[in-house]
Design a protein around this ligand. Structure first.
Ligand code: AMP
Length: 279
């Protein structure tokens, strides 16, 4: 496994790799856990060469404390990556990715006016900036993203269409801790007690799914928010049930679309997200 920090070194390596088969790419912000590793393992199974990037992208943070506090653990990340079979780790600094400020403004229409897009203004513009730059640098055949960040995945697919990038986007399932809590680099910022309580997010979504037949969509939404907010460690920012393509709120269970319930909640200062398919 090779660690490279510059675009030039990376592209030199990839020029050779491309002759031997497909390139799989897994963009991350580091502080790696089993969720990331599952994406990387899937990439290793499907491609001759796998590149993992580790870059905490400043343009997608709309809160400077969140950016400062984001965990950075390159040494232990590299140890974990050694176990996955990935060949190249790309860990650039900010100047390498943004030699000039990126002033591009993307327009994702309705996809970005709900949920994360609504509550984190500018977030998806920053995600699109960095992912489009990384795609341009790596030119992967396939790129792997987690369903944990469902709205992000939808936006990346839209960005690829808008920019006419030839890459296959592969969606990977959510990996959870034993308690059901979706794995996240941010879980490292929770105390043990907060972490235990945060598992209520997934439990509540599961219960809501089980009881779907007995409640309307709007009753389900109210109930989920109540159940989570009743826990003194948790505070819901939003819970929405949307169709999984346009991400627009669903009114009735009998609408034809596939439906996904997405939640964001604060546990102390730490913002957590999770989701569940309702069908
Ligand atoms: P991040 O480092 O948080 O930007 O995440 C990098 C990639 O890993 C994104 O595609 C995430 O959706 C994915 N990911 C993060 N946590 C999980 C998880 N628990 N299960 C599956 N994928 C995940």
């Amino acid at each position: 496994m090779l660690l490279v920090k510059t675009i030039k070194e990376l592209q030199n390596l990839l020029n050779d790799s491309r002759k031997f088969g497909t390139i799989g790419f897994v963009p991350t912000m580091g502080a790696l856990h089993k969720g990331h590793l599952s994406l990387i393992k899937q990439a290793v199974l499907g491609n001759e060469t796998v590149v993992v990037s580790i870059f905490v992208n400043p343009t997608q943070f709309n809160n400077s404390t969140d950016l400062e506090e984001y965990p950075r653990t390159l040494e232990s990340d590299l140890e974990l990556l050694e176990t996955t079979g990935c060949q190249i780790v790309f860990a650039p600094n900010t100047k390498e990715v943004y030699p000039e400020p990126d002033i591009r403004k993307f327009n994702f229409g309705k996809l970005e006016t709900v949920m994360e897009g609504k509550h984190r203004p500018g977030h998806f513009n920053g995600v699109a900036q960095v992912v489009s730059k990384l795609f341009d640098i790596v030119k992967p055949d396939r790129a792997y993203f987690g369903l944990k960040d469902f709205q992000q995945l939808t936006i990346i697919k839209e960005m690829v269409l808008q920019l006419k990038i030839t890459v296959e986007i592969v969606a990977c399932p959510i990996i959870r801790e034993k308690s059901g809590l979706a794995m996240s680099s941010r879980n490292e910022l929770l105390t043990d007690e907060q972490r235990k309580n945060a598992s209520l997010l997934h439990k509540t979504l599961l219960t809501a799914k089980e009881q779907k037949g007995q409640k309307t969509v709007s009753e389900t939404i109210t109930r989920v928010i109540e159940m989570i907010n009743r826990n003194p460690f948790l505070n819901v920012e939003y819970f929405e049930i949307v169709d999984d393509e346009q991400l627009q709120p669903v009114k009735n269970w009998n609408e034809k679309s596939s439906k996904i319930g997405c939640v964001a909640a604060f546990c102390g200062d730490v913002r957590l997200i999770d989701n569940i398919y309702f069908n």
